[in-house]
Ligand binder design. Structure first.
Ligand code: NAP
Ligand code: 3JM
Length: 334
């Protein structure tokens, strides 16, 4: 069984990582097409050693039975995906455009693979911060039932696109040299700073939460298939290029010890426990970059509550947080 694959948004951070992961995992690709905006016409990208010319994404770019791995941004996804579905393609979309629509499965293969098979042409890939959190929390929820999640994120700039990486690097260099670099991607200086507003520049909701925070709240309930889990989030951009980190506190119905939690997580698919505090072993973004696992450490019983835990969760936001999860969804259909 081989697929005709199309990467929409191929020239971006996520699209380029998708191409790499299709290669690494030897996904059965019959023919691949790489699509982006008209700005990229003439560009070439390499897949399995062959140079492939980037084509422009248009409303009639797609064919029956084509598998589309999509990451051209939310508004572009909203614009083109309905016609791709009409043409008979299956779209795995990495944007927030369709995630909360009923009838669109929101899938993390380690958590709710069964949901993928109910698709009507679109399967949504969750937000990067949600994915790495639920991979770790699902096995704990199955054992001890999570009542409430309090999460704070430390998110890498690569989650905001190629231009954001460029801004962090150039601004850091300028500041170290004693000169200035005006922000244009971020609303404030990101070098040597933390910005509690994701997405950058988008207005906060009426409840004063950011869009990214509300994604974590709503997506977690949908993927875990449990609307009763209470979730609150604070999402923060930090001057890291790749790798999101999260401080997570959970209250559980059944009391869990540190030892039992570690035992559960050691068996969890897609999760690696890195927890040896005596030897300063805990997950780091610099370690997670380029790897496929989600790392968890700093696991401890919360001293302020009778049945709660704290932990630190780190993963590569472009891999498990985006491209890898999308390719794993496609692999469910092999
Ligand atoms: P990026 O590096 O800025 O790349 C954006 C990509 O979208 C480029 O390939 C760009 O093509 C393409 N694009 C932009 N406008 C287009 C248009 N009108 N028609 C066709 N293609 C267009 O951003 P990124 O980091 O790859 O992220 C892209 C999107 O993926 C985000 O906006 C977000 O929705 C989603 N995302 C999802 C996750 C996740 O699943 N968890 C994580 C990060 C990002 P050009 O090079 O031609 O401009
Ligand atoms: C991650 O078009 C946009 O505004 C895209 C913003 C964006 C998203 C999104 O909403 O799709 C940037 C980075 C995401 C995401 O995964 O939710």
């Amino acid at each position: 069984m081989k697929f005709n694959v199309c990467v929409a948004g191929a020239t971006g951070n996520v699209g380029r990582t998708m191409i790499k992961i299709l290669e690494e995992r030897k996904f059965p690709v019959d023919r691949i097409r790489l699509l982006a905006s008209s700005r990229s016409l003439g560009k070439k990208l390499v897949f399995r050693g062959a140079e492939i010319e980037v084509e422009e994404l248009t409303l009639d770019s797609f064919e029956k039975n084509e598998l589309i791995l999509s990451s051209p941004g939310g508004s572009v996804s909203k614009w083109y995906i309905p016609s791709a579905v009409k043409a008979g393609a299956l779209v795995i979309d990495n944007t927030s455009a369709f995630r909360m629509n009923s009838g669109v499965p929101l899938v993390v293969p380690e958590v709710n693979p069964h949901a993928a098979f109910k698709h009507k042409g679109i399967i949504a890939n969750p937000n990067c911060s949600t994915i790495q959190m639920v991979v770790v929390l699902k096995p704990i929820h199955d054992f001890a039932k999570i009542r409430r999640i309090v999460v704070s994120t430390y998110q890498a700039v690569s989650g905001a696109g190629i231009a954001a990486i460029d801004e962090l690097k150039k601004q850091s260099k300028a500041l170290l040299e004693g000169s200035q670099y005006e922000p244009s991607v971020f609303p404030h200086q990101i070098a040597f700073n933390c910005i509690p507003q994701i997405p950058q520049k988008k207005a906060f909701s009426d409840n004063f939460y950011s869009e990214e925070e509300m994604k974590m709240v709503n997506e977690t309930k949908k993927i875990m298939e449990d609307p009763t889990i209470a979730v609150t989030a604070t999402t923060v951009r930090v001057p890291v290029v790749t790798g999101h980190s999260e401080s997570v506190n959970i209250e559980t119905e059944r009391k869990l010890t540190r030892t039992k939690t570690i035992a559960i997580l050691k068996e969890a698919p897609g999760v690696t426990v890195m927890d040896d505090p005596e030897n300063q072993v805990y997950p780091l973004a610099s370690f997670a970059e380029g790897k496929n696992s989600t790392y968890v450490g700093r696991i401890r019983e919360d001293i302020s509550h009778k049945s709660a835990l704290d932990m630190w969760i780190v993963s590569d936001n472009l891999r498990k947080g985006a491209a890898l999860n999308a390719v794993q969804i496609a692999e469910l259909f092999l």
